[in-house]
Design a protein around this ligand. Structure first.
Ligand code: ATP
Ligand code: MG
Length: 416
């Protein structure tokens, strides 16, 4: 679990602002749900046979004897909340996003942590492939916004209740044939969750899985048709993608479209964002039959890419108010007033001498300084210094003049 301190926090804040901004553009509204839920929710929603539920959850019994878990992902909670609040009656189509910490007991490494943050969106109530395209398009626009070019969209379809069972039979049959070459701990999964074979990290298993049948070649007409719609929609918006039939999402609730955004800047933990359709989950949670599609994006991995690209956010102060002891009250009054007018103002709190205060002004990156000594006090003026051009002039001390003159300097420097 990480601490995030300045200056790294500035990247986080910029990213979070951009996420909110982009969601607003697409008409997605925020939902906030608790980080603690009943363990049963994830067993039911994410699936008992998944890595997340089997090995990765922080679960414990609370003082009231309830079995609860720190949320490992966001979708189950969102759907629970909507069903609990009888949301769908009034809102057959819903577009929501969330940003917040998730918890998984994994082996920590680059891009993989035990507390990590996810941004996710959920579009509920639309069966048409336009919805799949809409959520993918939002993620694509986010990448464009940060000019991230080395991220590829991988696309697949993992079918539905109609095409998956017969395919599963075919796959199980093939797996039984190569059983003794597969990792020991995978064997119990052959019957329950055979598609996980495509997610094995073992090199030999990876090679073997290349010759196994994939669901994409066994889609029912409805799923095949839907998948065509997604591909066409993406092509219309000129969003490039590669077909990747080996995508296996680590959560049970997915149907039809599955996708991942994969970065070549990240090393082993290369998936920045994973998502897909989950048409059965709302019903499974006791709500009305409601098709849905969404994704979860890892903020740590996104920040890592930005850092790797040398992205940094300038955090300069705009003005330093510099004073000597006699002018202290005037200086603090002016500083307070400038802050109230929206300026980023630094003022020394330790009564250093003027020379040291000016050094500090440079250090915090102020573009201008306002110096008030006894001389300025006597003539009711302040000395305005342009820190970039290194010139200075005395101006009247009234707030209106100070603001006008300051704005001239800031506008000029920001323009240059
Ligand atoms: P992975 O295959 O890397 O374990 P996943 O399939 O378990 O990913 P999802 O459950 O789809 O991941 O979560 C969506 C995104 O959240 C991932 O693509 C990744 O960016 C991020 N993520 C998942 N687990 C972690 C983690 N332990 N630490 C940091 N980010 C994570
Ligand atoms: Mg995982």
């Amino acid at each position: 679990m990480n601490d995030i301190l300045p200056p790294e926090i500035h990247i986080w804040q910029t990213l979070e602002q951009s996420l909110r901004f982009i969601c607003t553009r697409f008409g997605f509204e925020e939902i906030r749900t608790p980080v603690l839920e009943q363990t049963a929710l994830f067993k039911r929603g994410v699936g008992e046979d998944t890595d997340i539920v089997e090995k990765e959850m922080y679960s414990f019994t609370d003082k009231g004897g309830e079995n609860i878990s720190l949320r490992p992902e966001g979708t189950a909670s969102v759907v629970r909340s909507l069903v609990e609040n009888s949301w769908f009656r009034a809102n057959p189509v819903t577009k929501l996003y969330y940003i917040g910490p998730m918890y998984r007991y994994e082996r920590p490494q680059k891009g993989r942590f035990r507390q990590f943050n996810q941004f996710g969106i959920e579009l509920l109530g639309v069966q048409d492939s336009t919805a799949d395209v809409e959520v993918i398009a939002l993620m694509d626009m986010l990448l464009q916004m940060f000019k991230l070019e080395n991220v590829e969209l991988h696309l697949s379809s993992i079918g539905c209740d109609v095409c998956r069972p017969p395919y599963k039979k075919i796959l199980i049959k093939e797996l039984e044939k190569i059983k003794d070459q597969l990792p020991q701990d995978f064997l119990p999964r052959i019957q329950t969750n055979p598609q996980r074979v495509f997610d094995l990290k073992d090199e030999n298993a990876k090679k073997l899985s290349e010759n196994l049948p994939v669901l994409m070649d066994h889609l029912c007409p409805e799923c095949a048709n839907h998948f065509d719609g997604v591909k066409k929609g993406l092509t219309v918006l000129q969003i490039p993608f590669v077909i990747d039939p080996k995508i296996v999402r680590g959560l049970d609730y997915y149907t039809k479209t599955a996708f991942e955004f994969v970065s070549s800047d990240l090393g082993a933990q290369s998936t920045v964002c994973g998502g897909g359709r989950y048409d059965k989950l709302v019903e499974q949670f006791g709500g009305p039959a409601t098709p849905a599609v969404g994704f979860g994006m890892g903020l740590e991995r996104f920040v890592l890419i930005l850092q790797e690209k040398g992205y940094n956010v300038p955090t300069n102060m705009e003005v330093s108010v510099v004073y000597d002891e006699a002018a202290k009250d005037t200086a603090f009054t002016l500083s307070h007033s400038l802050r109230a007018h929206g300026f980023k103002v630094d003022i020394d709190l330790q009564s250093k001498n003027i020379k040291n205060q000016l050094k500090r002004a440079d250090k915090v990156g102020s573009l201008a300084s306002i110096v008030i000594g006894s001389q300025e006090l006597g003539s009711n003026t302040v000395m305005l210094k342009d820190m970039k051009a290194h010139d200075q002039k005395a101006i009247p001390a009234d707030i209106k003049t100070v603001i006008e003159e300051l704005n001239q300097i800031l506008r000029r420097i920001k323009r240059d």
